[in-house]
Write a protein that binds this ligand. Sequence first.
Ligand SMILES: NC(=O)c1ccc[n+]([C@@H]2O[C@H](COP(=O)([O-])OP(=O)(O)OC[C@H]3O[C@@H](n4cnc5c(N)ncnc54)[C@H](OP(=O)(O)O)[C@@H]3O)[C@@H](O)[C@H]2O)c1
Length: 460
Amino acid sequence: MTPDDAARPRPHDGHRAVVGEAFTPAEEAAMRAALAAAQRGVRGANPVVGAALIDAAGTPLHVGHHRGAGTDHAEVDVLRQARAAGTPLGDTTLLVTLEPCHHTGRTGPCSAAILAAGIPRVVFAVPDATDTARGGGAHLAAHGVDVRHGLLADPARDLNDRWFLAQRRRRPFVTLKLAQSLDGRAAAADGTSQWITGAPARAEGHALRARADAILVGGGTLRADDPSLTARDAHGTPVESQPLRAVMSTGPVPEQARVRRGVAAGQSAARPGASGDDGRFAHLPTHDPAEALQTLRELGAAHVLVEGGPTVSAAFLAADLVDELWLYQAPLLLGEGSASVAPLGIGTLTDASRWRSDPVGLPEGERPVAGLGEDVRWHLRPAPRETVSPYRGLHAATFDRTVTGTPAPQDLTTPDPAPHDPGPSHADLPGAAQHCAAPPRPASAVAQQPYAHPCAPRGA
Ligand SMILES: NC(=O)c1ccc[n+]([C@@H]2O[C@H](COP(=O)([O-])OP(=O)(O)OC[C@H]3O[C@@H](n4cnc5c(N)ncnc54)[C@H](OP(=O)(O)O)[C@@H]3O)[C@@H](O)[C@H]2O)c1
């Protein structure tokens, strides 16, 4: 074992050290139930979060979860159930996989809802270090709630590892959708690709669109397919909340292109800086995926769905800018035509881009790899960084040179900066220092203390 290995946090060390000291077995069981419930949410603009309520004897009362941006947070889902069932809350403990939020976004602050409900003890797994939502734990503690954290922190961090990463990098969460033949092709030799997959897979694709803030394709897809990039329900009717439609191309987007036109039924507001007849089209004249994401973030997108084609998909993959992957494989062979992903600059198997099954966001009882009509659907997320080659950065650079002809901006001798991504922490958020000078404490020490957020004003 190298000194580096010894210093690297090992999974579960944290919670083993604290269970039995700071937390009861009933609290651990409830947090496990909350973690399982969180998986019933969907990935995107918000993290997946679960919550559970137990009474003073440790009896499980209610379990809830967050169903995606704009819906109740997990804590509020549990409180709603408790209210409906008439559950007395005066001697209960609420367990949450992420620190309760302290801001008003599309929904109100969970910290206020918990205080109003009169819950005396809150245990959360990991802090919410985002600029907008942080501070819920400190607010509750300042108002007399017994607040602890650190229980099952490792699995909770792992559950949302890519969402935390996107937050730290201040970019939207990115979902990639690929549809391909058995032999991994996205289009036939003549460029036709509609439709490779069957109706159930296409319906699921529309559901993905409906929960994204923006859909992005490259100039090749624009030229080959003239897509409209609208979100429709199972009957083909446009859904009310329409995503932004984005094309990443240094070429022109013709005035008559469908992507410039919104849907008549769409209720979504125009975005300042966007164009198109509904003010929800964005032409991104760049080949740099990070720049494209930055522009979309400025247009208000927190969740971007990349729908290809192969060149653009490869650019996002090579830059490690894909957080979630839905891959649909249809039972047909093409023999020729574009591969669904353009070259990634991977020359040998050990450098492969590796993925793991993701059970989050699937219909009840479905597995991450499952039949969907005649097709097979995979739901995947990037494998943890320690299983990925330290030369991963090289792929982006190689790709950049081979595909775009632009010299790589990064230093190729610099290894991947985060062999083990520790999840959210105050210290590594840009701008954290000016808010918070307190050094992070080890998880076991933190977990045994009543929680006081280091940024909280004294006595607030
Ligand atoms: N099966 C599927 O699900 C699916 C999905 C989408 C597309 N397709 C098929 O894919 C085919 C098109 O493939 P494609 O690879 O040309 O499509 P693409 O990835 O949509 O577009 C590539 C184009 O995007 C621009 N671009 C943006 N970022 C780039 C980067 N980092 N490097 C280089 N170029 C970049 C360039 O256009 P500019 O020169 O204009 O800048 C480039 O020619 C079509 O046949 C389409 O039907 C299939």
